[in-house]
Design a protein. Structure first.
Ligand SMILES: [Zn+2]
Length: 726
């Protein structure tokens, strides 16, 4: 009995153990929920990494990852532009089918499935950490992400906000902080590193390692940041249950085929990208040779995580072939760029089948990439005609284009989303090298006289250099180069717009006016064109015409914050403080991250003697754009008005450190010293201001004030009566 009892006890104990064991076992075996880390390296061409054969590269982290997983030897981007390519990469759709075909234009259609929506739906924690404004949440890739960290500081004075970026180091800092907040759910982390995008300014240590090759210095920096992510995974013991994919959105021309950067042409330097994939439970380390497309990535990653990607899709799920250790079946690889259409040139598309690659253009090309990886011998120009093959490619490309969805429609018109779309208008200076809005009616200029972009590479290079000069403050050189470009391609709307911008930058808005007028006449329904015209008219001192133009811009698109901002400046110029405040308030309500509008609002509030409200507005502006001198100057003037001149001095000091050419601050500084009773400092500050502004008509009024104040101070020092009474 006793034995029986103990046997029963033993049996039940065993049973309990078994149940526990079964639980334990089922936990082990339960559909695993591997996590996913996706790192996108902007503008990194494959052949500049060590693991892709560049012996001079310093890319140890990526090289190690390549050894630990799959290295895809032949991956092709579907489009050499950041926003369209990332959209393809996350949706598995080609640009004609997701609709985002240029940077800065449109938004992803609501309801489009992405890796993030798929994994969020499966209970994943999802976070995205973005390196550049070009992927701002307003363009729609935020869908499915619980956290979409795109807090990128914008320079309120920059011509092209699309180029605003932040260092990869900061992006990774924030991504790793998010990773630490583990809540037990599997996670999907996307990190976007923009550093390798032009301009190439690697940190000093990497610049020194790559003398004369700043692009490679940037790639080493990017590699270091990837290394930090991999190390964090290892330290947390996540290596075995986290898929890691590192991929570039497109490459970089670096002068090959005449292209310095990317977006204009469809040759391999900008299409051939690296792809490294580590998923230890599913794939053994090796090299995959079959050419595949970036659109294959999303369905393949989903397949490796055991979650089929919902269709219809352009990309293929390659996970079965990858798990089995075989090569995927070859597919056809499509690529396009509509960026040339912005310039009035023909857009391009390309199709690759095995080794043959066809590029559709006014003068189409056909290359055998195996024999001729540098695309130097166009088979359509050779003696043995490949014309029938070319016709097959052309027909297929035409069919793909015919299946294109309409350009992505604006987001739903509730106030917040409309506001986001509207703030696209920040692109005031016309598109830069990163790609601009598709404001030009694509292909329209090409209707009469098709212009093949590859015939325009010289002009395009000169344009890029002129743009660089303009950005670096050499407007005079930019003007003369752009005048030559306008003469060479008179119908090019971008050249004309940029010349207008260069004249404005040089302080000659009157000269900019004809170019902006032509642009507005050519595109009367383009709010951007009216906005540019209005800004130039306002600067040229023609407020009534400026008001007409800006009202036209607001009729076409009432939600443009920068149009409200400009209207506010016009109102202010005519002494209408209340209307000005209303416009600046509208601008900040539409885009709560518009540092310029907050600064302007601060100025009005100061004039209305609402000092606390003014201080709040300036502080918002300064927080949004820490490198912006104006709000610091504003805060300084508030201190002076509050009779605290000494508190103002460090603010003026900071403003000048940021903008040494902002001479108004020097006058304010002199006044603060004067009021604080520091005569010597005030004297030298007044004189400094007068010396620096000598002969500049822009400062004539302020110079008069400074001269009076200086004379009065000198009089006081001499112990006599104030100078003006003598
Ligand atoms: Zn990019």
């Amino acid at each position: 009995m006793l034995r029986e009892k103990s046997a029963i006890l033993a049996w039940s104990a065993l049973l309990a153990l078994l149940i526990v064991g079964a639980f334990g076992c089922s936990r082990e075996r339960a559909p695993r929920q591997p996590s996913l880390v996706l790192v996108t390296l902007d503008t990194v061409r494959a052949d500049h990494l060590g693991c892709y054969g560049d012996r001079d590269a310093v890319t140890p982290s990526l090289d190690r990852l390549a050894k630990e997983g799959l290295r895809f030897a032949n991956v092709s981007s579907a489009v050499p532009l950041t926003l369209p390519s990332h959209t393809s990469l996350l949706t598995g759709l080609l640009p004609p089918h997701h609709g985002l075909r240029n940077n800065g234009a449109g938004a992803l259609r609501p309801g489009t499935a992405t890796l993030a929506t798929l994994l969020a739906g499966a209970g994943y924690r999802t976070g995205a950490f973005i390196g550049a404004f070009v992927l701002d949440h307003r363009f729609g890739l935020k869908t499915g992400f619980e956290v979409y960290d795109d807090e990128i500081e914008r320079d309120p004075k920059a011509g092209n906000v699309l180029e605003a970026e932040r260092p990869g180091r900061e992006v990774v800092d924030r991504a790793l902080a998010w990773l630490e907040k583990d809540d037990g759910r599997p996670f999907f982390l996307w990190v976007h590193l923009y550093d390798a995008h032009a301009p190439y300014t690697p940190p000093p240590a990497w610049a020194a390692r790559h003398p004369g090759r700043p692009y490679d210095g940037e790639i080493s920096e990017v590699d270091e940041q990837v290394g930090r992510i991999l190390e964090a995974l290892r330290r947390r013991g996540l290596d075995g249950k986290t898929a890691v994919a590192v991929v570039a959105d497109h490459g970089e021309g670096l002068g090959e085929h005449g292209e310095l950067t990317h977006g204009l042409l469809l040759y391999e330097p900008t299409l051939h990208v690296p792809l490294l994939l580590r998923a230890p439970w599913a794939v053994k380390p090796r090299v995959v040779e079959t050419p595949v497309s970036l659109v294959d990535l999303a369905p393949t990653l989903a397949g490796l995580l055991g979650r089929p990607f919902p269709g219809p899709l352009d990309g293929r799920d390659l996970s079965r072939a990858l798990r089995s250790g075989g090569e995927p079946a070859p597919g056809e690889l499509y690529a396009e760029t509509r960026y040339p259409a912005t310039f009035g040139w023909t857009p391009l598309s390309a199709l690759r089948r095995r080794d043959l690659k066809y590029i559709s253009a006014s003068r189409p090309e056909l290359y055998d990439l195996r024999r001729d990886p540098r695309e130097g011998t166009d088979l359509l120009q050779g003696p043995s005609s490949s014309a029938p093959e070319a016709r097959g490619f052309a027909a297929r490309l035409a069919a793909i284009e015919a299946s294109a969805v309409a350009t992505a429609p604006p987001l739903a018109a509730d106030a917040e989303t409309r506001a986001k779309l509207a703030s696209l208008g920040y692109i005031a200076g016309g598109p830069g090298s990163a790609g601009g809005p598709a404001s030009g009616p694509s292909g329209e200029a090409a209707k009469g006289r098709p212009i093949d972009p590859k015939a325009m590479v010289d002009l395009f290079q000169r344009f890029e250099r002129a743009n660089e000069r303009l950005t670096s403050g050499d407007a005079r050189a930019a003007v003369s180069e752009l005048e030559a470009l306008v003469a060479a391609d008179p119908a090019n709307p971008v050249f004309r717009g940029k010349l207008g911008a260069a004249w404005r930058e040089q302080g000659a808005p009157l000269k900019a006016l004809p170019f902006y007028r032509q642009a507005a006449d050519a595109a009367p329904r383009d709010p951007e064109a009216w906005y540019n015209l209005a800004s130039a008219l306002q600067e040229a001192g023609r407020p009534d015409e400026a008001r007409q133009a800006i009202e036209r811009a607001l009729q076409l698109d009432a939600g443009r914050p920068e149009a409200h901002n400009t209207l506010g400046i016009i109102e202010l110029g005519q002494g209408n403080l209340e209307q000005a405040r209303r416009e600046f308030t509208a601008a900040t309500a539409i885009d709560p991250r518009d540092a310029a509008a907050f600064n302007n609002l601060g100025n009005v509030l100061r004039e209305e003697h609402k000092l606390d409200d003014a201080a709040n507005a300036y502080q918002r502006s300064a927080a949004l754009a820490p490198r912006y001198a104006e709000p610091l100057n504003g805060l300084g003037t508030l201190e002076v008005e509050r009779d605290r001149p000494r508190e103002a001095l460090p603010l003026f000091e900071s403003a000048l450190a940021l903008a040494p050419g902002y001479h108004e601050v020097r006058l304010n500084q002199a006044i603060a010293h004067d009021l604080a009773g520091d005569a010597d400092a005030a004297l030298s500050a007044y004189r400094d201001f007068l010396n620096r502004t000598a002969g500049d008509p822009k400062f004539s009024e302020q110079r008069r004030a400074a001269q009076q104040l200086l004379a009065r101070l000198e009089g006081r020092i001499a112990g006599g009566a104030p100078a003006e009474r003598r």
